[in-house]
Design a protein around this ligand. Structure first.
Ligand SMILES: [Zn+2]
Length: 66
């Protein structure tokens, strides 16, 4: 479940909201003043993930022990 970061345009408070894809389109209110004039910030972890999706050729099964 992704965490989106928002910044309130009224009190400029930054907060994060946990949203699922189901309620992602719902309005997010500021946790400080309750204003809905918030803008979504770009998550820092969204890009350049160290875990690149490499296609591993998974064989049958490694037989341990030896
Ligand atoms: Zn606010």
């Amino acid at each position: 479940m992704p965490i989106y970061e928002y910044e309130c345009e009224d009190c400029h408070k930054q907060f994060s909201a946990l949203k699922s894809v189901l309620n992602a389109e719902t309005e997010t209110a500021c946790t400080e003043c309750g204003s809905v004039r918030v803008k979504k910030l770009v998550s820092s972890f969204a890009c350049c993930s160290p875990f690149g999706g490499g296609s591993h050729a998974s064989g049958g099964g490694f037989s341990g022990g030896g």
